[in-house]
Design a binder for this molecule. Structure first.
Ligand code: F0G
Length: 448
C-alpha cells in the first residue's frame, strides 16, 4: 500500500445520535461517522498507482478525447463488444438499454432482479420475470452456480407471452441479490442456444463478470487451465451486449458503459447518450476517469488480485460462520450476506429484520452494511404492496484493495458479539418516509 486514509472510531453515544438523525437508514449517515464501511463495493475500491498515473494523462477534450479511444479499446479487447457507449455509471447504461429496447407490456426475464436494473425496466413499461433456479432463493442451498437460469422457467415464459414480447434476456454475472453467486459457462451457453432459436437477444450485466469468470475457473470442469481473461471473453461471446458499472470489477471510482454488437442498436444508444450523459466520446465521465477505467479493466483480470479479493471475502465468512452466524452459502464474490431471518427470528418480516440488523451493526461498532431484503425489493408496481423476497439479507460488501485482515477481524468480532446478544433485539422498524423509487437509499424509519 502506498497511501493510507484515516478512519475514526466513534463512541456508542455518538453513533446513537447519528443513527437517529439518519432516520435509522445507514445510507443516510455521513461517512465520517462510519468506522468500517461495507455499504458497497461500488466506486469504493482503492485505485492503483498506475490508475492514478493514468489520470494525469486524461484528455479533457469535449469531442474525440484520446482517453475515450483508450477506454473503447480496453472494453473491446477485454469484453469483445464492437460498439462502446460510455456512461457515468451502470444505471445510466441500463437507462439507455431499457429505453432502446423495452416497450410497455414487454416481458423481461432475468436471473433475479437487481434494484436499478429492474427499476429501469419497469420505468419503460417492462414486466420483470425471475427465471433464476429455485435454489438461489434458499440461503442454505450450497451449489457452485447459484446464479444459473432455470431453462424451463425461461421456456415457459416464452411459450406464454411469445418471443416477440421479450426484448432481451437480462443476465447478471455474478448475481448480486442472490449473494454474489456466479452463473456457469454451460448454463450461459444453454441460454444462448435457446434464445438464438427464438431470436431473443441476451444482455449481460457485467458489473462483476470478472469475479464470475474466476468462479468458473475454480468450479466448472474444463475451465481450470484457462485464464480469467479468456473466460471473460468466452462469457461475453455468448451475449449480444452488456451494461457495465466500472465502479465494481474495474476499480473505478466512477464510470460505466453500454456495449453492443448490433450497429443499429448502437446508433440508437448514441442518440440517447447525448441527451442523458454527454457526448458519445465521454458519456458523463471526465477524460481522467476514462483513463482510470481503461487501466482498471487491464488490472481487473490479474489473477493474484482476484484471488486475494475473493479470499478476503471468504476469510470474513469463515470466521463468522464458524461462530454459528447464519450466512448465505456458498460465499459469493463481493460480499458476505447475513441471513437476517435466521439471525433475528423474533422480528416479523413486516418489521424489516434486515434493516433492523444494519442498525444494530452500526450501533455496535460503527460498521455500515446494506439491507438486501424487503426494503430493497420495494413495492409491486401493479398492486402497490410490499414485496417480501424469500431472501431477507444484510450485505457486508468488501471494497477491493481497501481493507486489511484486521478490519475483517473487527467486523467478525462485532457480528459474533451481536449474534450472542440477538435475544435483546426483539422489535424492528417501520417506515417514517418512503421514496417512490429505489426506496432503500433514502427512506427513513422509526424503531418499534
Ligand atoms: N448491476 C449490478 C449487478 C450492480 O450491483 C449495480 C450496482 C448496478 C448494476 C448499477 O450500477 O451503481 O454503477 O449505477 N450496485 C451497487 C451495489 C450500487 O451496492 O450493489 P451503478
Amino acid at each position: 500500500m502506498k497511501s493510507i486514509e484515516s478512519i475514526r472510531l466513534t463512541s456508542a453515544q455518538e453513533r446513537g445520535v447519528a443513527l437517529s438523525a439518519a432516520g435509522y437508514n445507514v445510507g443516510m449517515l455521513p461517512a465520517d461517522l462510519v468506522y468500517i464501511d461495507l455499504y458497497t463495493d461500488s466506486g469504493t475500491s482503492a485505485m492503483s498507482d498506475r490508475q492514478w498515473a493514468a489520470m494525469m494523462l486524461g484528455d479533457e477534450s469535449y469531442a474525440g478525447s484520446r482517453s475515450f479511444y483508450r477506454f473503447e479499446a480496453a472494453v473491446r479487447d477485454y469484453y469483445g463488444y464492437e460498439h462502446v457507449i460510455p456512461a457515468h455509471q451502470g444505471r445510466a447504461a441500463e437507462n439507455m438499454l431499457s429505453r432502446c429496447l423495452i416497450r410497455p407490456g414487454h416481458h423481461v426475464p432475468g436471473n433475479m432482479y437487481f434494484t436499478t436494473t429492474r427499476q429501469h425496466q419497469e420505468l419503460n413499461g417492462g414486466i420483470f420475470h425471475d427465471i433464476i433456479i429455485d435454489e438461489a432463493h434458499d440461503p442454505d442451498a450450497d451449489l457452485p452456480f447459484k446464479g444459473n437460469v432455470d431453462l424451463a422457467k425461461l421456456e415457459r415464459l416464452i411459450g406464454k407471452v411469445g418471443a416477440e414480447q421479450i426484448p432481451y434476456v437480462s443476465l447478471a454475472a455474478t448475481v448480486n441479490m442472490a449473494g454474489g453467486q456466479p452463473i456457469s459457462m454451460a448454463n450461459l451457453a444453454e441460454v444462448r442456444e435457446l434464445t438464438r432459436r427464438r431470436g431473443i437477444p441476451v444482455m449481460l450485466d457485467a458489473a462483476r463478470a470478472v469475479e464470475n469468470a474466476w468462479f468458473i475457473k475454480q468450479r466448472e470442469p474444463g475451465w481450470n487451465g484457462r485464464s480469467v481473461a479468456d473466460i471473460l471473453q468466452a462469457m461475453c461471446a455468448l451475449t449480444d451486449g452488456a451494461t457495465m458499472s466500472a465502479k465494481k470489477d474495474s476499480f473505478a471510482n466512477i464510470g460505466g458503459w453500454l456495449a453492443v454488437r448490433d450497429p443499429a442498436l448502437a446508433e440508437q444508444a448514441r442518440n440517447l447518450v447525448v441527451v442523458y450523459e454527454g457526448l458519445h466520446t465521454y458519456g458523463g465521465m471526465a477524460g481522467r476517469d476514462l483513463e482510470a477505467t481503461a487501466q482498471g479493466i487491464e488490472e481487473s483480470v490479474q489473477e493474484d488480485s482476484i484471488r486475494t479479493r475473493v479470499q478476503q471475502v471468504a476469510y470474513l465468512a469463515g470466521r463468522i460462520a464458524a461462530a454459528g452466524v447464519p450466512i448465505v452459502r456458498p460465499v459469493g464474490g463481493h460480499a458476505v450476506f447475513l441471513n437476517a431471518t435466521a439471525f433475528l427470528p423474533g422480528i416479523p418480516h413486516e418489521q424489516f429484520p434486515a434493516q433492523t440488523l444494519t442498525c444494530a451493526l452500526y450501533l455496535d461498532a460503527g460498521i455500515r452494511s446494506t439491507e438486501r431484503g424487503a426494503v430493497s425489493a420495494g413495492r409491486d408496481p401493479v398492486t402497490g404492496e410490499n414485496r417480501y423476497p424469500p431472501l431477507e439479507l444484510v450485505r457486508l460488501t468488501i471494497p477491493r484493495r481497501t481493507y486489511t485482515q484486521s478490519h475483517m477481524d473487527v467486523v467478525a468480532e462485532s457480528i459474533i458479539r451481536l449474534y450472542g446478544q440477538r435475544e435483546k433485539l426483539r422489535s424492528g422498524v417501520a417506515f417514517a418516509y418512503e421514496p417512490e423509487t429505489l426506496r432503500f437509499f433514502q427512506s427513513r424509519f422509526r424503531p418499534l
